[in-house]
Design a protein. Structure first.
Length: 264
């Protein structure tokens, strides 16, 4: 276990968050902690409330009750762009790219989050704004080179193979310079080879960019291989947590995924 895990510095915490939609409780009294430098997975059957939890953390929803803390500071109720500015980036279960723009343009747009020039300076192309614009292009090229997208940088995003579209979506998230990266089913729709490549890619960027990673995933091979810790949701309720060995041998987890016969 590396030193970052030993120090157990919490980057993300949810404190008893509940999310109701009318009479439906999608997430119920959820408390989790993701520590600096970890890769943590959130798993559970379909409809368990995993993506709802992500949406609460990233400001898509404001929880009915409870609190979300980023490095000890409450971010509950902030809009998604404000949370992104604080160092949280995410991908989505269904890939969300600017499909008619190039790889380069997709990443460049994300770099604008850190653009510091005001509207007037940018409009008049004042020296400060020109320097910032040049730096964004430099940073975009650097990111493209580091993530192996140089050969397709001028390709339209929608023309890329599925696996490369996933890599591009993650690259675009990295362009916002996050400390915490949330991945919502990054291996969805991938074949075994693509999944293996993604596993290596996540490890690589985690180390390269000093990230903390929190992910939802249904590919259990990926989850068990890459995760430091795992949380398990079922019907919006946390039913288990622990390292991969503890979770995959937990009777509640086995029941949630496989069910039990009525006589049992």
């Amino acid at each position: 276990m590396n030193q970052a895990l030993k120090t157990m510095v919490p980057v993300l915490e949810t404190k008893n968050i509940t999310m109701r939609f009318g009479g439906v409780v999608a997430v119920n009294d959820l408390s989790i902690q993701v520590n600096q430098g970890e890769i943590v997975a959130l798993i559970g059957p379909n409809g368990a409330g995993k993506t709802t939890a992500f949406n609460v953390i990233t400001g898509v929803y404001t929880p009915t009750s409870g609190d979300v803390l980023l490095k000890g500071e409450s971010i509950t109720g902030l809009l998604p762009d404000k949370i992104t500015q604080k160092g949280v980036a995410r991908t989505f279960q269904n890939i969300r790219l600017f499909k008619n723009l190039t790889v380069y343009e997709n990443i460049l747009i994300a770099k604008h989050l850190r653009f510091k020039a005001d509207f007037m300076s940018a409009t008049l192309q004042l020296p400060h704004a020109r320097r910032m614009e040049k730096q964004m292009h430099t940073d975009t090229e650097l990111l493209i080179n580091r993530l192996g997208l140089q050969s397709v940088k001028n390709e339209i995003a929608s023309s890329l193979p599925y696996g490369q579209q996933r890599h591009l979506e993650i690259a675009r998230a990295l362009a916002t310079e996050p400390e915490l990266l949330l991945l919502d089913e990054p291996a969805a729709g991938m074949n075994p080879q693509e999944t293996d490549e993604l596993t290596a890619f996540i490890r690589e960027i985690k180390n390269e960019y000093n990230l903390t990673v929190f992910m939802i995933e249904h590919h259990m091979d990926l989850v068990m291989e890459i995760s430091d810790r795992i949380y398990v949701l079922d019907f919006g309720v946390l039913i288990a947590e622990g390292n991969p060995d503890q979770v995959q041998n937990n009777p509640k987890v086995i029941e949630a995924y496989l069910g039990v016969e009525e006589d049992a």
